[in-house]
Design a protein around this ligand. Structure first.
Ligand code: ADP
Ligand code: MG
Length: 238
């Protein structure tokens, strides 16, 4: 059974077709990276998987269940955005724990989960700080903590590191790889950074103009790109 199965997915805004017949299957525990030029529909695809946008056609299944018409909150998916949008007046602890409170998770269980996430993301010394007292990388770790504390089946990332400087990006790349191993989570991750794509992905999906150009393991795309566009994007010689 696949963790995420997207079949013949279409999305239009008014008369503008943004996604055309997308077929992507992501296996349980797989780290799938979406790449493609700006405006090709990467964010729209993630938002449609998350349920923040309604599909115009096709189906989305999570863990074998059709969720195409299921509300975002009930899909078992968490999403991390480029702009972390933390609650500025709340501490790190409360930012991470807030969704559990809303969901009515018992206090003792909530504390246990928040502490586990803090340990995993090395946020323990920062739990009483507020977002403005954190660096960019620390804020992004809190945003990731907030997403994983609900123990989602699928984690979606939309260019989560693009606001960070090169050094922090490199550090967070290592952190994300480690997190993926520990959580054994299914991840769909959008980036325009080739190094991120090549180092993090089990599978890369190359999008262009709302269509899938090629899907394959990083080395497959590198050595056998389907066309010059994929070659240019992955960085192998034409
Ligand atoms: P990417 O994330 O790959 O840069 P997006 O998914 O953000 O691309 O956008 C793909 C296309 O869809 C763009 O042409 C964009 O203008 C259009 N688009 C995205 N969201 C909306 C919307 N809410 N209404 C109308 N057009 C949109
Ligand atoms: Mg985008």
């Amino acid at each position: 059974m696949s963790a995420v199965e997207i079949q013949n997915l279409r999305k239009s805004f008014g008369s503008v077709d943004v996604l055309h017949n997308i077929d992507v299957t992501v296996k349980d525990g797989e780290f799938c990276v979406l790449v493609g030029p700006s405006g090709c529909g990467k964010s729209t695809l993630l938002r449609t998987i998350a349920g923040l946008e309604q599909a115009s056609g096709g189906t989305i299944a999570i863990g074998g269940a059709d969720v195409t018409h299921v509300a975002a909150a009930r899909r078992g998916i968490a999403m991390v955005f480029q702009s972390y949008a933390l609650y500025p007046h709340m501490t790190v602890r409360d930012n991470i724990g807030f969704s559990l409170k809303i969901a009515g998770v018992a206090k003792q269980e909530a504390t246990r989960r928040v502490d586990a996430v803090a340990q995993m993301l090395r946020l323990e010394p920062l739990m009483d700080r507020r977002p403005r007292q954190l660096s960019g990388g620390q804020r992004q770790r809190v945003a990731i903590g907030r997403a994983i504390v609900r123990e989602p089946k699928v984690l979606l990332f939309d260019e989560p590191l693009s606001n960070l400087d090169a050094e922090l990006r490199a550090e967070m790349r290592v952190e994300l790889a480690r997190l993926h191993q520990r959580l054994k989570a299914t991840i769909i991750y959008v980036t325009h950074d080739q190094v991120e794509a090549m180092t993090l992905a089990d599978k890369i999906v190359v999008l262009r103009g709302g269509r899938v150009e090629q899907i394959g393991a990083p080395m497959e795309l590198y050595h056998s790109p389907a066309n010059r566009f994929v070659a240019g994007f992955i960085g192998s010689p034409p």
